[in-house]
Design a protein around this ligand. Structure first.
Ligand code: HPA
Ligand code: ZN
Length: 322
């Protein structure tokens, strides 16, 4: 990797940073049986046809995450790797329902993540935010329950809500109530939309949920009126190029819409999504844009500056980065 440009990472699932070696270590420590004998064997399973085939492995492997220490080590390992690739600020997603459904108390998850995030500025030179995501393929009532259970951490450890998991067939509009409650609680609002799902889901994320940023959003390019709206309001899109290739949302990196999105005037940022599974961390995504799409140094610096503009930072914090 070349000298990494300072950047913020705004689309990163902490569970998607679980490297095969750590997964096997944790499986051994926690007595969890995995059907993989080596890290290479596990890595060989990272061959995805679509979002769902990835999610099946991603949720399955979470079985190894059981204790506060597991979550702290997971997050600390991500922060070390991200820092080495130029990440100075990370807004980190986690999936509370995926842990509580397995019998891991929310307090355990929060204590582990909280410990790693609190240490991150001094240990890695990285500031953070934490965003709880609702699983959109679970009922809205489950999202409401997860939201209420997380109230003790609102405004301290948790600063926002998001929406992730299987997109098609699970439109944003079903989650209006929990987003209304999150807004009333003073939380920041984002949602995955337009990754595999249609432009209509991006409209719903904006107009029904009232999100401030759209995660992925690449299919917005199919709807010129939507592009106009996103440009007009400078709604940030957290694009994840290597993820889109691995999950076959685009055929090849060379076909990725990111250059067209930039040319249209969209506020685009570059992120790694689930770096352990998709072949690279934030800086690797920047490198892929340079090597695979021919983006110039100036374009990459603009994308990095966009990441700080789109971050949930105060004006004073932002000024220190830009
Ligand atoms: N899309 C939807 N849900 C997810 C993803 C993603 O890329 N990564 C982890 N959960
Ligand atoms: Zn994602």
């Amino acid at each position: 990797m070349s000298d990494p440009v300072p950047k913020a990472e705004l689309h990163l699932h902490i569970e998607g940073t679980l490297e095969p070696e750590l997964a096997l270590d944790l499986a051994g420590r926690n007595g969890v049986a995995l059907p993989y004998r080596s890290a290479d064997e596990l890595r060989a399973a990272y061959d995805f046809q679509d979002l769902q085939s990835f999610l099946d492995l991603y949720y399955g492997l979470m079985a190894v995450l059981r204790t506060e220490r597991d979550f702290a080590e997971l997050a600390d390992a991500y922060l070390a790797r991200a820092a080495a690739q130029g990440v100075r600020h990370a807004e980190i997603f986690f999936d509370p329902q995926a842990h509580t459904a397995r019998g891991v108390p929310l307090a355990t998850v929060m204590a582990g993540l909280g410990e790693a995030l609190a240490a991150a500025p001094a240990r890695h030179g990285v500031t953070t935010r934490l965003i709880m995501c609702f699983l959109r393929d679970e009922p809205a009532a489950s999202a409401l329950e997860a939201f209420e259970a997380a109230r003790p951490w609102f405004g301290t450890l948790i600063t926002g809500v998001g929406l992730d998991s299987a997109e098609v067939g699970h439109p944003p509009a079903g989650f209006r109530e929990v987003y209304d409650r999150a807004r009333a609680a003073g939380l920041r609002l984002v949602a995955h939309a337009g990754e595999e799902g249609p432009p209509e889901y991006v409209w719903q994320a904006l107009d029904v949920l009232g999100v401030e940023r759209v995660d992925h959003g690449i299919r917005s390019m199919e709807d010129p009126r939507l592009v106009e709206r996103l440009v007009r309001d400078q709604v940030p899109l957290t694009v994840c190029p290597l993820s889109n290739v691995r999950l076959r949302c685009v055929d090849r990196l060379a076909d990725h819409p990111l250059p067209r999105m930039m040319a249209a005037g969209l506020l685009v940022t570059v992120n790694s999504d689930d770096p352990s599974y998709f072949g690279g961390y934030a800086g690797d995504n920047f490198d892929a844009l340079r090597d695979g799409l021919g983006l110039t140094g100036e374009e990459l610096r603009l994308l990095a500056a966009n990441s700080f503009r789109a971050a949930f930072l105060s004006d004073a914090e932002r000024a220190a980065y830009l």
